[in-house]
Design a protein around this ligand. Structure first.
Ligand code: SAH
Length: 228
């Protein structure tokens, strides 16, 4: 039976203008409590972003629903996501398309997300530890691409990995400070000639950073290193 908190969340999303039945069903099916850190489990169905490991955030359900709806995913689609984070967005996409390829630059986050995909038997989500600015060239071209982290503009490499006619949704903005609301979720369509771009709604995402993250060593790992 669906968690009553999930029912309330779905009603809130409908009120906020999320109408796509498949998207609402995907949100309903996805147990968000599995994707948040333990101290925030009570808030798992609040319509708000929450902190996760490595200083990152799990996006607000409304933004996940909105981005998923804007992506217009079809059952045969192969989708690339940049910024796996908790894995929640990829899990919501899972019942809507054929395959999701998701890339994360923080190894601990990716490990946690992989364990969640396994536990929830989301077999069509494949992961890669790496720099999302490079995309996933071996699996390109994609029908859809979703950036879950903000960039000043869409990296050309990712446009090149999108099919002609394909949709890319990304939070784009120039000022990326923590108080900044100058990002917009943006819809980009690849055309024969280039791209079209349409700003959708103002958002606030963590920035897309270059390269893979060098995680700080735990104290016992540090000691091991010194003793060698
Ligand atoms: N979709 C996630 C949102 C996580 S926040 C969720 O549902 O929880 C954005 C994520 O993008 C962070 O985990 C961050 O580490 C990651 N990220 C930022 N820059 C990246 C890059 N260049 N390549 C891959 N991941 C990146």
């Amino acid at each position: 039976m669906t968690d009553p908190r999930a029912v309330a969340l779905l009603m809130a999303l409908r009120k906020q203008g999320i109408e796509d039945r498949r998207v609402l069903e995907a949100i309903e099916k996805t147990p968000r409590e599995e994707f948040v850190e333990e101290p925030f489990e009570h808030a798992a169905y609040d319509n708000s972003a929450l902190p996760i490991a490595c200083g990152q955030t799990i996006s607000q359900p409304y933004i996940v629903a909105y981005a998923t709806q804007a992506l217009d995913v079809q059952p045969k689609h192969r989708v690339l996501e940049i910024g796996t984070g908790s894995g929640y967005q990829a899990a919501v996409l899972s019942p809507l398309c054929r395959m999701i390829y998701t890339v994360e630059r923080h190894r601990p986050l990716l490990k946690q997300a992989e364990a969640r995909f396994k536990k929830l038997k989301l077999h069509n989500v494949v992961t890669k530890f790496g720099d999302g600015f490079q995309g996933w060239p071996e699996q390109a071209p994609f029908d859809r691409i979703l950036l879950s982290a903000a960039a000043p503009e869409v990296p050309q490499t990712l446009i090149e990995q999108l099919k002609v006619g394909g949709i890319l949704i990304a939070p784009l903005g120039k000022n990326l400070s923590s108080e900044s609301f100058s990002q917009h979720l943006t819809k980009i369509i690849r055309t024969e000639e280039g791209t079209t771009q349409e700003a959708l709604i103002p958002v606030m995402f963590v920035p897309m950073l270059p390269g893979i993250a060098q995680e700080a060593l735990k104290p016992d790992e540090k000691r091991e290193k010194h003793s060698r």
